[in-house]
Design a protein around this ligand. Structure first.
Ligand SMILES: Nc1nc2c(ncn2[C@@H]2O[C@H](COP(=O)(O)OP(=O)(O)OP(=O)(O)O)[C@@H](O)[C@H]2O)c(=O)[nH]1
Ligand SMILES: [Mg+2]
Length: 427
């Protein structure tokens, strides 16, 4: 069953041996960099790291991910270091996990499990907890193996047939029922969120996005004068918030903090947190924060890019912000402009350096971005929003519908697109 916050004690006693895999090419992060990140995650989850290895391999092997020989080496190493947990830096299939546990004779988990565990420990609000529980159950479902999902090294042997199977079926049904309940509750939360959104001042929305620990919350605290929890731990923010921020001209916009991203973020987690991450899709501008102390800025940029695409935030206006320049005095931001980053701005959220310029750039982008649209709408919330957020240039009433010509942000324009009158109707 999923790890719950009350099980943290158990985790604290774990001695973890880490296994990374170098596939030769294709990964966004260097294997060493990725393994260092995993070490950080495992520690954050409360376990001790007693050793690790990077296995080199061309192709995954279906049964064990790695070759038999390598698995035996790892088994020996784990024994030698008295590890009682082996953590793979790669997602494992349920079968691989089971086979590896048998082969290594020790509990085996993968990177997504560690991330889920940290989320479970950090979730504070009702919403956060429901989302994490859903993600954990979705992840666990295909991994249930009878006897209440406990590790059974003799799976398939004497004593596991018959009643065990029945118990497995019962467990499975119970988990599926719980998943259905959670989904319903989360749907209700999503509905409430969208009502909240409709109710909040119709101001342009800027979403702060980035790798975990890049400084999103610290930046928003500085810009909005707030005091949300920011810390040097992965996934400090699981319950993001939205704040008003004044731009240099006095124009007020909304800034949304978001959950941190990371390589191999479990897909179930992304799905579960969709309601929370929705702000990204609705944003008029996405500010992507990068940590300049990061040894592999470009590798992590690629990971953020992939996740943004997965979240459906591919086409929005972007601004790349390089944070923590107080720690790298010789940081040369122009270099990143040449590498294809969008209008890079260098800042320190800690000291405030560069923040003025950041806000001025945000203002410039939001002003220059507006597009002209023609739409035919029924009177209602969307029409009111166009009046609030955009500039209406012309209006005509036709058969209970309102035709408008307006300058609006690209995000609003996208939502108005379905209401565009047919070509020949435009007069
Ligand atoms: N030196 C320095 N440290 C910073 C700066 N910005 C953030 N930090 C530190 O970096 C750590 C992470 O900051 P957060 O604001 O929690 O990062 P986040 O992006 O919100 O992280 P998650 O919520 O975990 O995704 C904290 O210890 C901050 O104090 C900066 O400009 N300079
Ligand atoms: Mg944060």
């Amino acid at each position: 069953m999923p790890v719950r916050p009350e099980d943290v004690d158990r985790f604290a006693r774990e001695r973890a041996y880490l296994v990374g895999v170098d596939w030769g090419r294709g990964a966004a992060l260097e294997p060493e960099e990725s393994l260092a990140e995993l070490e950080h995650l495992v520690r954050a989850a409360g376990a001790e790291v007693v050793g690790g290895v990077i296995a080199r391999r061309r192709k995954p092997e279906a049964a064990l991910l790695l070759g038999r020989g390598k698995a035996e080496e790892i088994a020996a190493e784990a024994k030698e270091t008295e590890a009682n947990l082996v953590v793979f830096d790669e997602p494992l299939t349920p079968a691989q996990q089971r086979n590896l546990e048998e082969k290594l004779d020790v509990r085996v988990i993968d990177r997504p499990t560690v991330i889920l565990d940290i989320f479970a420990q950090r979730a504070r609000t009702n919403e956060g907890r429901l989302q994490v529980e859903l993600a954990q159950l979705e992840y666990e479902l295909p991994r249930l193996r009878g006897w209440g999902g406990e590790l059974s090294r003799t799976a398939g042997g004497i004593g596991t047939r018959g009643p065990g199977e029945t118990k497995l079926e019962i467990d499975r049904r119970r988990v599926m029922r719980r998943i259905a309940t959670l989904k319903k509750k989360i749907k209700e939360i999503a509905r409430r969120r969208s009502l909240e959104r409709a109710g909040r001042a119709a101001l342009p929305l800027v979403a702060l996005v980035g790798y975990t620990n890049s400084g999103k919350t610290t930046l928003l605290n500085r810009l909005a004068g707030s005091e949300a929890y920011a810390a040097d731990v992965p996934f400090a923010t699981l319950d993001p918030f939205v704040k008003r921020v004044s731009l240099p001209s006095g124009r007020v916009v909304l800034f949304a903090d978001t959950v941190g991203l990371i390589a191999n973020l479990p897909p179930d987690l992304v799905t579960a947190f969709r309601a929370t991450l929705e702000e990204i899709k609705l944003a008029d501008l996405i500010v992507v924060l990068r940590d300049v102390t990061d040894a592999d800025v470009e590798g992590r940029a690629e990971i953020v890019e992939d996740l943004l695409a997965e979240l459906g935030a591919r086409d929005q206006q972007r601004l790349d912000v390089f944070n923590k320049i107080d720690l790298v005095p010789a940081f040369d931001v122009a270099r990143y402009g040449e590498k294809g980053f969008e209008r890079p701005v260098a800042i320190s959220a800690a000291t405030g350096e560069g923040c003025e310029r950041l806000l001025a750039t945000v203002e410039e982008i939001l002003a220059g971005e507006e597009v002209r649209v023609v739409a035919e709408l029924p009177p209602g919330a969307l029409l009111a929003e166009v009046y609030d957020r955009g500039r209406v240039l012309a209006r005509g009433d036709h058969d209970g519908r309102v035709r408008i010509v307006a300058d609006v942000s690209p995000a609003l324009a996208r939502r108005l697109a379905p209401y565009a009158p047919a070509e020949e109707d435009i007069s």
